[in-house]
Ligand binder design. Structure first.
Ligand code: SF4
Length: 307
């Protein structure tokens, strides 16, 4: 049935094995415009449910074949937190995964449920999507099932971020003309500024064919958006597809410091933005004017002393 897939090599996590909790077809309480799966009717509970033992047997077998797995990722053709035995499953994964880390990717729809919070707290890394801060945007972009309320989602993320001690990543996917307006960004920013305990916020755009006729935004636009966030949480731009066409530029020493002052950069940003001469100038300043700060599996470059 293809419940366990991979391994795939991820630049960020190393060798990753995926667990698909809905391999028979899409089961989701969202119908996002940008979904890479076919459009479908939203559901509030799984009807096709795989037994925990079946998943763990397959995982154990694959882990024996691949002894160097760095992360086991729980995901689905749909929303994995709707899987009714998730608590039992994560306890089983934690028993068999050895030194690999556990990761779950959720659309945040159930995060206000205390039981779900307790289950997610047993993962090493939790990645929660949050594309919108307003009800209108949630309805338009994520096309959430009717009972899902954006204020519940935000409250749930606050509660979870206060109790979760491991790596918590938020992800915002921007779609042209839908959630890239100044007003939506400002509302997202106001919300992010209330959070403590978030490791980083990934921002990206569509890089696979979407379910509906919507368009992504390019790396340059994502970068401009990133500068509108005054959040204390490091923003990481994840869309690389469009960045391949970008020419790197010449940055003087002052330009480099100004750029980093506006927003901490990752090594990937530096590879995209700076030409070879600028990279050499940048390297000279690491340690004296620029600091390296680790956030989970990412290193950010910031101004030394925060100035
Ligand atoms: S939450 Fe994920 S699986 Fe569900 S519709 Fe959105 S993109 Fe697709």
């Amino acid at each position: 049935m293809g419940i366990v897939f991979g391994p795939i090599n991820s630049r960020r996590f190393g060798k990753s094995l995926g667990i698909d909790l809905s391999p028979m077809g899409k089961q989701c309480n969202f119908d996002c415009l940008y979904c890479e799966l076919e459009p479908s009717k939203v559901i509030s509970r799984y009807s096709d449910i795989i037994a925990v033992d079946t998943i763990l047997e397959e995982l154990t077998r694959v882990l024996k074949e691949h002894r160097d797995i760095s992360v086991v990722t729980v995901t689905a053709n749909g929303e994995p937190t709707l899987y009714p035995h998730l608590g039992e499953l994560i306890d089983g994964i934690n028993r068999v995964k050895g030194r690999s880390r556990s990761l779950i990717l959720s659309n945040s729809s159930t995060i206000s449920d205390r039981n779900i919070q307790d289950i997610l707290a047993r993962f090493d890394t939790v990645k929660l999507s949050l594309d919108c801060a307003t009800a209108r945007c949630l309805k338009r972009l994520d096309r959430a099932e009717n009972s899902i309320d954006i204020e519940d989602i935000k409250r749930g993320i606050v509660e979870f971020s206060e109790k979760f001690k491991n790596e918590l990543i938020l992800e915002i996917l921007f779609v042209k003309g839908i959630n890239d307006s100044d007003i939506e960004i400002s509302k997202l920013n106001s919300f992010l500024e209330t959070l403590d305990g978030v490791t980083r916020v990934d921002i990206g755009s569509i890089d696979r064919p979407p379910a509906y006729g919507v368009e992504g935004i390019d790396y340059q636009s994502l970068r401009e958006i990133s500068l509108k966030f005054g959040s204390k949480v490091p923003i990481n731009i994840t869309s690389r597809v469009y960045s391949r066409n970008m020419d790197s530029s010449n940055y003087s020493r002052e330009d480099i410091l100004d750029t980093i002052r506006k927003r901490p950069l990752t090594q990937e940003d530096i590879d995209i933005l700076f030409n070879e001469t600028s990279k050499a100038i940048f390297q000279d300043m690491v340690g004296s004017y620029i600091d390296r700060v680790s956030r989970g599996s990412y290193t950010f470059f910031t101004i030394k002393g925060g100035k």
